[in-house]
Write a protein that binds this ligand. Structure first.
Ligand code: AMP
Ligand code: GLY
Length: 415
């Protein structure tokens, strides 16, 4: 069968590598892909947001199955458009993807179906938002309703920060239409856990839990990024907590979506906080996390493409989805300046990294030119190591990272 993957980051590199292992795969394409992905798939210069271009390409190449990995094309209806052409897809349709693309929709869903989350209020006027913030005890959390490339959330320590966030969102339109409506939320505390799950709308199978490190610098300092590193499993996520999450959050969420006529099929990402009052949902994403996918997929024993097809065909209950024992540690190598301004085009020296047992080097922002790899993004590589336990996974990941070099390379040393 001919398969295409939409996207071009470390997450898509991991997906491409594991899909390529399936014997059923004939041609494998990535739109647009990147330097690392080109080892497994033919990369085609079509943007992940060019829905018409993607559909036309699928028709031309007789694509049988597509994996739509990033949030933007999912929110734009890439799955609806491809399925209408007869291309089977892994990923939610536009209506189901709203669980990520509208934080207000997600909040109202949780309230209606009693799914534990932070208390909140919705605002569509700047004056209402400012007076609510003035009367609230800080910290409070300000969130743009729509997609904002991971930058739409501010945890405001005082009214001045809250005011700045509200004005930037609603008056200066920092996130365009995404910030026309905002949420102001109670600030929760506790360890954060990511649980990626496979669901076909009826059955839900959580993958190994993980912990992202979103802040740019060591000690959880500095600005939020797309993610600077991951460990899996998450040490705070005990079997008892997992059972509670299944009962109070995971199953109620897929039932709620089905009941609303928005059956969710694909990877549903639960961003959770383990508070003293129990686990609560911080956010839903309608896709694999990046870099969570690079840490979690290497721990999967079952064939990824077979599971994805079962999700699409609503047959997830019929196949085993198994994970390995052991642990992953994934460290992101970024360009100096990320998540702010950074330069690209530097040659990457991988040293001996890929030969260290258990290590996989996923490319987030690279391009391949004349047999050499060059940096092409803020997050450049996601270096993952799998080992028997977290301590040795971490040692191996950092050993690999110390082998790698490019101008301005920066990474967190405390993943
Ligand atoms: P998001 O962009 O939704 O992933 O949010 C970014 C980060 O903001 C999360 O990973 C949390 O660390 C933090 N955050 C979001 N909502 C809350 C909340 N209600 N309480 C505390 N922290 C939050
Ligand atoms: N690493 C967080 C995300 O993918 O949203």
């Amino acid at each position: 069968m001919n398969v295409m993957i939409i996207g071009g980051g470390g997450r898509e590199h991991a997906i491409a590598k594991y899909i390529a292992k399936n014997q059923k795969v004939g041609k494998l394409y990535a739109l647009p892909g990147n330097g690392g992905i080109s080892e497994f798939a033919e990369c085609v210069k079509i943007s992940a947001e060019d829905i018409d271009g993607i559909v036309e390409f699928a028709r031309e190449k007789a694509i049988d199955f597509a994996v739509v990995a990033p949030d933007d094309p999912l929110a734009m209806g890439a799955v609806d458009a491809l399925e209408a052409e007869g291309v089977k897809c892994f990923g939610p349709d536009k209506k189901a993807a709203e669980i990520e693309s509208s934080k207000i929709f997600a909040k109202e869903l949780m309230t209606k179906y009693n799914i534990p989350t932070a208390r909140y209020k919705i605002f569509d006027s700047i004056d209402g938002a400012l007076s609510h913030a003035a009367l609230s005890d800080c910290p409070i959390v300000i969130k743009a309703d729509g997609l904002a490339k991971g930058k739409g959330v501010t945890v405001a320590e005082n009214f001045r920060e809250a005011r700045e966030a509200i004005i930037s969102c609603m008056k200066n339109k920092a996130f365009g239409k995404s910030g026309e409506r905002i949420l102001i939320e109670e600030c929760l505390t506790g360890p954060e856990v990511t649980v990626l799950s496979f669901t076909d709308g009826n059955t839900i199978i959580p993958m190994i839990s993980s912990m992202d490190h979103k802040r740019a610098y060591d000690g959880n300092k500095g600005p939020n990024t797309g993610g600077m590193g991951v460990i899996a499993p998450n040490p705070y996520y005990t079997p008892e907590i997992a059972e509670e999450c299944m009962k109070k959050i995971f199953i109620p969420t897929i039932k709620a979506m089905k009941n609303e006529g928005r059956t969710f099929k694909g990877c549903l990402y639960f961003g959770l906080m383990l508070t003293v009052d129990g686990p609560k949902v911080i956010e839903y994403n309608c896709r694999f996390g990046d870099p969570e996918a690079e840490a979690v997929l290497p721990l999967m024993k079952s064939d990824l493409l077979d599971v994805m097809i079962a999700v699409r065909d609503e047959k997830l209950a019929d196949i085993p989805v198994k994970f390995k024992d052991g642990a992953s540690c994934c460290v992101v190598c970024a360009s100096s300046g990320y998540p702010g301004h950074y330069l690209t085009g530097y040659e990457i020296d991988f040293g001996n990294a890929a030969n260290i047992e258990g290590v996989e080097v996923f490319h987030s922002g690279t391009k391949l030119e004349n047999g050499k790899y060059y940096t092409s993004g803020g997050r450049v590589l996601a270096v993952n190591a799998v080992s028997d336990n977290l301590t040795s996974a971490r040692e191996k990941a950092y050993e690999a990272v110390r082998n790698i070099n490019f101008e301005g390379m920066r990474y967190r040393s405390d993943i």
